[in-house]
Design a protein. Structure first.
Length: 105
């Protein structure tokens, strides 16, 4: 569960959206405007939509961050690690060459 999803659920629970939704459906069932199966279907549809909206909400900040970093042309962690490996390799080769040159003198 992502941080945004947790926050969304906490906010929705805090303002009572799931309870209010269930109360509304129960009231419609009591009035005979909905059957129990229709009410259950409606609650499921609303829950699914709320979950989908939450997922989209949690993706937005990540997408924005990736696009911003891409525009800034900042090296990725993998790219930095690759450069570090190359530097270590070149340093080792240089050390060997220096040692070989020192032995010749």
């Amino acid at each position: 569960m992502t941080v945004f999803e947790s926050i969304r659920k906490a906010l929705l629970a805090g303002i009572g959206v799931p309870e209010k939704m269930k109360e509304l459906v129960d009231e419609l069932i009591k009035k005979g405007e909905l059957s129990k199966s229709q009410g259950a279907k409606l609650v499921k549809e609303w829950s699914d939509k709320m979950s989908k909206s939450g997922e989209e909400l949690s993706k937005k900040p990540t997408e924005i961050m990736h696009k911003t970093l891409e525009k800034m042309n900042i090296a990725t962690k993998d790219e930095v690690e690759k450069l570090n490996r190359k530097i270590l390799s070149l340093s080792a080769r240089l050390k060997k060459l220096e040692e070989a040159a020192a032995k010749k003198e």
